[in-house]
Write a protein that binds this ligand. Structure first.
Ligand SMILES: CC(C)(COP(=O)(O)OP(=O)(O)OC[C@H]1O[C@@H](n2cnc3c(N)ncnc32)[C@H](O)[C@@H]1OP(=O)(O)O)[C@@H](O)C(=O)NCCC(=O)NCCS
Length: 162
């Protein structure tokens, strides 16, 4: 079984919107009066702009499991930090450690680059928050809607005298 990331293309925009809408519906986290047709149109449009490079330093990927698209990952990398800016899996592919594996990969990248990994999570998503905390992230702040978490890279101690 393999988990792979491939850069999203314009043909993926509808799938990526599907993933976000399906995952959010399954969590019951849309407001009751949401207009899903309008939401989808707006989300697909924003996704296309993202794929075309509208957001600096941003990588939008399709998560594939054994070659099949199962999710969406958005990561922002600057000179000083890595930010997991979005991760969603289709409900039937959740709870199979795909999310943990991808966060662990980003932690390894943070360790290698000696940079913090930042993740923000909606306050009405306590299961995702618990997952990030279990994986070693700590709350460093909050705003009205989100907690902001950080994973601090493991320090590489120099042996004495070197
Ligand atoms: C959050 C998410 C990316 C985690 O990936 P995953 O592969 O399902 O998670 P793993 O199998 O590695 O780990 C399981 C843990 O993930 C979390 N999790 C599982 N399903 C979840 C869901 N529907 N929503 C939020 N968190 C979830 C839980 O902490 C779970 O542990 P628990 O069963 O002890 O509660 C994935 O579940 C998902 O796409 N959820 C819906 C969208 C979402 O909430 N995205 C995060 C936005 S910050």
């Amino acid at each position: 079984m393999s988990i792979d990331l491939r850069p999203a293309t314009l043909e993926d925009a509808a799938f990526l919107a599907d993933v976000v809408i399906t995952a959010t519906l399954a969590q019951g986290r849309f407001p009751p009066d949401v207009d899903l047709v309008e939401y989808r149109a707006g989300y697909e449009n924003w996704t296309r702009k993202t794929i075309l490079g509208a957001i600096p330093d941003c990588t939008l990927s399709v998560i594939e499991y054994d070659g099949y698209p199962v999710g969406r990952l958005r990561v922002v990398r600057t000179q000083t930090s890595i930010t997991l800016a979005g991760i969603q899996l289709l409900p039937e592919h959740q709870n199979q450690r795909i999310g943990s594996t991808l966060v662990e990969q980003l932690k390894r990248e943070a360790d290698l680059k000696q940079m913090p990994l930042f993740i923000s999570v909606d306050k009405d998503n306590p299961r995702a928050q618990l997952l990030y905390e279990r994986l070693g992230c700590h709350i460093i702040g909050q705003d009205e809607l989100e907690y902001h978490l950080e994973y601090r890279p493991a320090t590489h101690e120099q042996p004495p005298g070197k």
